[in-house]
Design a binder for this molecule. Structure first.
Ligand SMILES: NC(=O)c1ccc[n+]([C@@H]2O[C@H](COP(=O)([O-])OP(=O)(O)OC[C@H]3O[C@@H](n4cnc5c(N)ncnc54)[C@H](O)[C@@H]3O)[C@@H](O)[C@H]2O)c1
Length: 398
């Protein structure tokens, strides 16, 4: 039986992934330090859905007749000795690495958050790679990166899957062919850490022949998966605050609450999107199709489609009757950009993704309606500013 250790398995993507793999017959373990739950407390924010404690979640899963999922409470960035022990005990065939601070706005708030995001994300990734080398384990590392590493510079070039084949004219006048990592253009400290992860992966795959897959994921939308629907205690988290709420989920929440959908700037930003159900499928497909020892890092774009933010707002507005409000953009980014992302890797493995259609909004709208009493309005507005030269956002047009 294939063993998979899910690092960050209490989070939005990690929890449904752990359940999906368990339901598919994998032997699954979870490691997490609950930092995400603690950050909610720090921000005075909450998941709109009432998420059970991890031990309640795990016992609900067991009561449904699935395998026991052991849990290791460990800070990957700090507890290196404990990480070695966990790896020695669990002996995973694959590790799925979600355990990073994942909010771009949070990473930009202040010096403390910038330093935390770098120290947490870089150390967590590096500790994992060093530990596998120290233990001489041939564990396949599947890491969740982001499409954002490519940058959103408005070019019409379809984003390749991680690598760029280039011809360089050398000083001797000859032409040299190289395949290089696509030059990163991080738009936040968070994205910068994901760019730095890529270099660590390149080094460890080459130097130590670690088998690594890096998934460049788009913005995830939706809440539930086939497995999290099976019991109320398994419900997935739903973030809607200005730091962790992702754009489409926030629009759906604002529509239910009767608030205007707040679009940053002109809403001309184009982003990649994927449904949470497809996230868990992609991760399983990545585990089932590992690279060989000595291969370069396998990079897949984990994106179903790209959409412009104002088009999404209009789509939600036409479905729900909500108003759209344009507010100052707190981010330092192009007002408008084109984005096309190739996803040949997963489509060749048979992924047939859920695409954004209005009927796909029903479940999220229903869940938001059910838990509307838990809504904390004060947390929704984006609070982080990207540069020293900005002022807090205002509604500019309705
Ligand atoms: N959610 C998205 O839309 C999205 C999009 C693209 C990429 N991703 C990537 O997917 C991964 C998971 O995202 P998510 O939305 O599930 O985030 P999340 O914050 O909900 O989950 C991350 C989990 O990792 C844990 N964690 C963080 N640092 C840790 C540490 N040092 N030691 C142990 N555990 C730690 C947290 O407690 C949390 O449970 C992230 O790396 C993120 O960058 C997410």
């Amino acid at each position: 039986m294939t063993s998979v250790l899910v690092l960050g398995g209490d989070g939005f993507c990690g929890w449904p992934t752990a359940l999906h793999l368990s339901a598919k017959g994998y032997r699954v373990g979870i490691a997490d330090n609950f930092s995400r739950r603690l950050i909610d407390e720090e921000l005075g924010a909450n998941s709109l859905t009432p998420i059970a404690t991890l031990s309640e979640r795990l016992s609900a899963w067991k009561q449904l007749g699935y395998g026991e999922i052991p849990f290791y409470e460990i800070d990957l960035a700090k507890d290196y000795a404990q990480l070695l022990e966990v790896l020695k005990e669990f002996r995973p065939d694959a590790v799925v690495h979600f355990a990073e601070q994942r909010s771009a706005p949070y990473s930009m708030t202040n010096a403390r958050h910038k330093r935390y995001t770098v120290e947490n994300n870089i150390s967590a990734t590096h500790n994992l790679l060093v530990a596998l080398v120290e233990l001489d384990m041939d564990t396949h590392v599947v890491h969740l990166g982001t499409v954002g590493v490519y940058g959103y510079d408005g070019s019409e070039l379809a984003m390749p899957e991680g690598y760029l084949d280039v011809i360089i004219k050398g000083p001797d006048g000859r032409q040299y062919q190289r395949s290089i990592l696509y030059p990163t253009q991080p738009g936040s400290i968070y994205h910068m850490t994901k760019s730095m992860d890529q270099l660590m992966f390149q080094f460890f795959a080459h130097n130590d022949r670690l088998r690594i897959t890096d998934l460049h994921q788009g913005v995830v939308w939706g809440i539930q998966t086939d497995e999290t629907r099976r019991h109320e205690s398994l419900i997935n988290r739903f973030d809607y605050d200005g730091d962790y709420g992702t754009v489409l989920n926030r629009f759906l929440l604002q529509a239910v609450m009767g608030h205007p959908l707040t679009v940053h700037g002109t809403g001309g930003q184009t982003r990649g999107f994927i449904n949470i159900q497809d996230t868990v499928t992609c991760i399983r497909l990545a585990i089932e199709n590992p690279p060989h020892q000595g291969d370069r890092v396998k990079i897949f774009n984990q994106v179903a489609e790209t959409r412009r933010v104002r088009d999404l707002a209009k789509m939600v507005a036409s479905h729900t009757g909500a108003q759209v409000a344009y507010v100052d953009n707190p981010r330092n980014e192009a007002a408008e950009n084109e984005l096309e992302v190739l996803n040949l890797g997963f489509s060749s493995l048979g992924l047939n993704p859920i695409l954004l259609e209005q009927e796909e909004f029903h479940e999220t709208l229903q869940i938001v309606e059910r838990y509307r009493s838990r809504y904390v309005e004060a947390t929704v507005a984006a609070r982080s500013l990207w540069t020293r030269h900005q002022k807090p956002g205002t509604i500019t047009k309705e």
